[in-house]
Design a protein around this ligand. Structure first.
Ligand code: ADE
Ligand code: ZN
Length: 338
């Protein structure tokens, strides 16, 4: 497969913050629209790409949910995930922990089974087809009710052999982690791993709450921890992994320009940072592109880049396959920068 992304940094890495619905490239969106008889309110891929100008998280989410209308069948979800895995593999991703948003599909009349079975067609053969191991993480939409999240968790019980953990995403401000206390307790009782978006647009207190109330093992984004030195100290002490997404932060205007991104300061503070792509089709780059961008714009050294890659495997949910984790970590140490 040739893509403009193939040249991006092949340093072996795990991707820990990736919404599969956010990998829907305009070309595939139009192909699926035609296949499913869905009319998109854009003339062509160029016109659609022009809509990728975001003011904030909500303006992105509006388009992100609108375009999901083209995803209807198992094969659609399989094609979506396979396209992501091919691109990720070309950029050095060896292991991907992939988020999906079940409620965004079930509320459109697409069954949870269709989504999971479809994604599994791609994930189940990902090692053979792409050389990428995978895990699947089901996210709850935090701007929907806690009852809806609990119903989704219950509906997912037949599929728990394929789902490693739960996450929390969508519009953050006004939807604090505590809203989902019972859902996360139930998820923990089912043996699911727990992560949550916190401190992307929301305040540092949401990060603390995600740790203390939801019991999360990683914080997705966590960027705004930098406003609270005591919280930074805690995150360093407890070695809580943060799944940062630098290009996403620029596109959603969490930071003005990439040169202002706090990643170097976060690493200097001793935080366990990882670099990820979030919604690469919308934010201008996949995992390797994010690494390239922080290297060229923030001047990160090879040691720092290797640290980010090492952190990604250390923070991944590979406890059931420590041998694999060791193999990946050895690949990081053996990598020679061009
Ligand atoms: N859903 C997809 N991408 C997201 C992001 N960056 N923040 C919150 N929810 C999301
Ligand atoms: Zn995200």
């Amino acid at each position: 497969m040739t893509s403009p992304y193939d040249a991006s940094m092949p340093l072996p890495k795990a991707e820990l913050h990736l919404h599969v619905e956010g990998t829907l490239e305009p070309e595939l969106a139009f192909e699926l629209a035609a296949r499913n008889g869905v009319r998109l309110p854009y003339g062509d891929t160029d016109e659609l790409r022009k809509a990728y100008q975001f003011e904030d998280l909500q303006s992105f989410l509006n388009l992100y949910y609108e375009l999901m209308a083209v995803l209807r069948t198992e094969q659609d979800f399989a094609d979506l995930a396979n396209a992501y895995l091919a691109r990720a593999a070309a950029q050095g991703v060896r292991h991907a922990e992939i988020f999906f948003d079940p409620q965004a599909h079930t509320k459109r009349g697409v069954e949870l089974g269709t989504v999971v079975e479809g994604l599994w067609r791609a994930l189940g053969s990902s090692e053979a087809n792409h050389g990428v191991s995978t895990r699947l993480i089901m996210c709850f939409l935090r701007d929907d009710s806690a009852e809806s999240a609990m119903e989704t968790l219950r509906a997912a019980e037949p599929y728990l052999d394929r789902i490693t953990g739960v996450g929390l995403d969508s519009a953050e401000v006004g939807h604090p982690p505590v809203k989902f206390r019972e859902v996360y307790e139930a998820a923990a009782a089912l043996g699911l791993r727990r992560v949550a978006h916190a401190g992307e647009e929301g305040p540092p207190a949401y990060i603390t709450e995600a740790l203390d109330v939801l019991g999360v093992e990683r914080v997705d984004h966590g960027l705004r921890c930098m406003e609270d030195p005591a919280l930074v100290e805690r995150l360093v002490r407890e070695r809580v992994p943060l799944t940062l997404c630098p290009l996403s932060n620029v596109r959603l205007r969490t930071v003005d320009v990439l040169a202002d991104h706090p990643l170097p300061a976060m690493l200097d503070a001793g935080l366990m940072c990882t670099v990820n792509s979030d919604d690469p089709a919308y934010f201008g780059g996949y995992a390797g592109d994010n690494f390239d961008a922080v290297r060229s714009t923030l001047g990160l050294s090879e040691d720092r880049l290797r640290e980010l890659a090492r952190n990604s495997f250390a923070a991944s949910f590979l406890e059931d396959d420590e041998e694999r984790r060791e193999r990946y970590l050895a690949e990081v140490e053996a990598y020679e920068f061009p």
